[in-house]
Write a protein that binds this ligand. Structure first.
Ligand code: ATP
Ligand code: MG
Ligand code: MG
Ligand code: MG
Length: 566
């Protein structure tokens, strides 16, 4: 690329409304232009970087065995009604109408669409397991879009959805995706951590987030220096370590009655149980079983919230009528009452007993049989209350001490279970010819957010310092006085073409800017290697070379330079 024929438009002043470094630098470098709140145009320069990230994500997804497809951004209301999310997803869902007044949304995620695809495409266990992904624009009407593309309303996401016949298969793919994500963020040159996470509005039973470490991150994460323990501090599944043995004892006592109650209620409501309730019917989320619930007003909370409630004042158990009313509104679907609140079933016991019960709920072995997805992953054996920890506190698993950092969520993997396949009547025939709801996992990566997150981690006073894999070009060949000196122009051109022939992406800065302004631009936009071609250098038989991360330049002859760059 010759910069004289490209559109590069940098800005000197730091934009007043940009609060964090990545937002400021993306605007100054001319990668982004704001159209409206949370909506951005990616300039030709910005797009080059976005495409680099996309390519790494695509390569590693393909390597992992996932299969790419492309789903629409606009999704019909009816699909979202099947899962109950049309009402429950909340204000982030942008609802629109066409000329016939039919309802649609701009997809914030695509569980409904992929499950619709799957119910039409998948018929037999022989087609499973399968993992479909797409890299597609999403829209979420964020309450507070900010930090540029870090928290935009329209953004680019890689989202993958896998389908499985059994828990083991889902667990294996969850692990496969977890590993693929590790490769992606490593290749992109980012410092990151995978942490145990809340399952949020998407639901599910196991979940890990991948965070790029940066002080401007909106999340707080903690990890142990002596074990694999790592968690998002916002994590609601808080367990005070000291209480655990008593709670485990309480769990054992209530095991049988709870199981019976769940089955009774299922029979009462005419709903098939998602799976056999084997140990204790206290499980994270929808569709994989029942969850015990407390109610205050019309606010139903699951055990995840319960653990947070400490005193439990003002809460009571859900009644059968309430549960029936809720389930009745959505036949066959055990959906969340609202984001982060799961459904509900009942045990005839006191709030005090519940409190004990709840404290042990997230310990290994206290889940529905076969739904410990992801539990062989490096995650805490025990999810502890780390909301008030400070660095240096003992790790909740007793191994080592905690370190704390701010993180930017760039990826998220979930084991979903059959929540969506069940709600949407997606079945396949198993080996015995019996129709069964496939289990699902879903796996997201914020492709556009990664660009901003990378800058948060890699910049200095002069601008962006791209990790190699994300740089718009690897080498900038800067020509001093191109129009004034034919020999310099020709030498630069030759070098530029040689680099291209060697498979190195180079950009020729032939704009004729004065050296200071040219170098400032090249530094600002973060090109890893800069080569200056000048009359003086040609006379000495050298090129001036400087790595973006270095403070000194070196004069190298052609052979040494090419060896350095190739
Ligand atoms: P957050 O906690 O930051 O709001 P999320 O948990 O709502 O993110 P997911 O539903 O897990 O997001 O979506 C998958 C990925 O999409 C996230 O890990 C994140 O990298 C990216 N993402 C989500 N919301 C946005 C946004 N508003 N702008 C840019 N990227 C986003
Ligand atoms: Mg969000
Ligand atoms: Mg999140
Ligand atoms: Mg998330």
């Amino acid at each position: 690329m010759r910069l004289s024929q490209f559109h590069l438009r940098t800005v000197k002043e730091t934009p007043a409304d940009a609060e964090i470094a990545s937002h400021q630098l993306m605007l100054k470098a001319g990668m982004l232009r704001k159209l409206a709140a949370g909506l951005y145009t990616w300039s030709p320069l910005g797009l080059r970087v976005l495409r680099k990230v996309e390519a790494v994500v695509r390569e590693e997804m393909d390597r992992s065995g996932a299969i790419e497809l492309l789903m629409p951004t606009i999704q019909p209301q009816e699909l979202w009604e099947e899962t109950g999310r049309w009402e429950k997803f909340g204000g982030q869902l942008l609802k629109i109408r066409d000329r016939k007044e039919a309802g649609y949304c701009y997809g914030p995620t695509a569980e409904e669409v992929i499950t619709d695809f799957a119910r039409n495409e998948l018929a037999s266990y022989k087609q499973l397991p399968v993992n479909f992904y797409n890299i597609q624009t999403k829209f979420r009407d964020e309450i507070r879009p900010r930090f540029g593309v870090m928290r935009a309303r329209e953004f680019l996401m890689k989202d993958a959805y896998s389908f499985h016949l059994d828990d083991d298969s889902l667990a294996a793919e969850y692990r496969n995706m977890y590993d693929a994500y590790g490769r992606i963020f490593t290749r992109l040159g980012l410092k990151f951590r995978a942490v145990f996470a809340d399952t949020g509005a998407i639901g599910g039973s196991a979940s890990h987030e991948f965070h790029v470490l940066a002080d401007s991150g909106e999340d707080s994460i903690a990890w142990s220096d002596g074990s694999d323990y790592a968690a998002n501090v916002e994590l609601a599944e808080a367990l005070a370590p000291g209480q655990r043995p008593a709670a485990a004892e309480a769990m054992r006592k209530v095991e049988t009655p709870v199981q019976k109650t769940c089955e009774d209620v299922a029979a009462l409501l005419g709903i098939p149980l998602a799976r056999t309730v084997k140990s204790v019917a206290l499980m994270g989320d929808e569709g994989t079983g029942f969850v015990l619930a407390l109610v205050r007003g019309d606010h139903v909370v699951n055990e995840i919230k319960l653990a947070k409630l400490q005193g439990l004042a003002g809460y009571r158990l859900a009644t059968e009528d309430e549960i029936r009313a809720h389930l009745g509104s959505e036949p066959g679907f055990l959906g969340p009452v609202a984001p982060k609140q799961a459904i509900t079933v009942i045990a005839d016991r006191s709030v005090a007993a519940m409190a004990d019960f709840v404290v042990g709920a997230n310990a290994p072995g206290f889940h529905l049989a076969g739904v410990n997805w992801g539990r062989d992953l490096p995650e805490p054996a025990l999810v502890a209350d780390i909301r008030n920890v400070v660095a240096g506190d003992p790790s909740p698993d007793g191994k080592g001490t905690l370190a704390l950092a701010r993180g930017i969520e760039v990826g998220h993997v979930f084991a979903l279970g059959d929540r969506y396949s069940r709600a949407m009547g997606c079945t396949v025939l198993d080996a015995g010819g019996k129709a069964t709801h496939p289990l699902m996992g879903c796996y997201g990566i914020g492709v556009s957010r990664i660009v901003a997150a990378a800058i948060e981690q890699n910049h200095d006073a002069n601008g962006i310092v791209w990790p190699q894999a994300m740089a718009p070009w690897q080498v900038a060949v800067c020509v001093i006085n191109p129009k004034g000196d034919a020999a310099v122009e020709e030498a630069a051109d030759t070098l530029y073409r040689e680099l291209g022939a060697a498979g190195i992406e180079a950009v020729l800065d032939d704009r004729g800017l004065r050296p200071g302004a040219m170098f400032a631009d090249i530094e600002l936009i973060g090109i890893p290697h800069r080569v200056v071609v000048s009359g003086r250098g040609l006379e000495a038989g050298t090129f001036e070379y400087r790595a973006r991360s270095a403070t000194e330049s070196e004069n190298l002859d052609r052979a040494t330079l090419l060896a350095r760059l190739t």
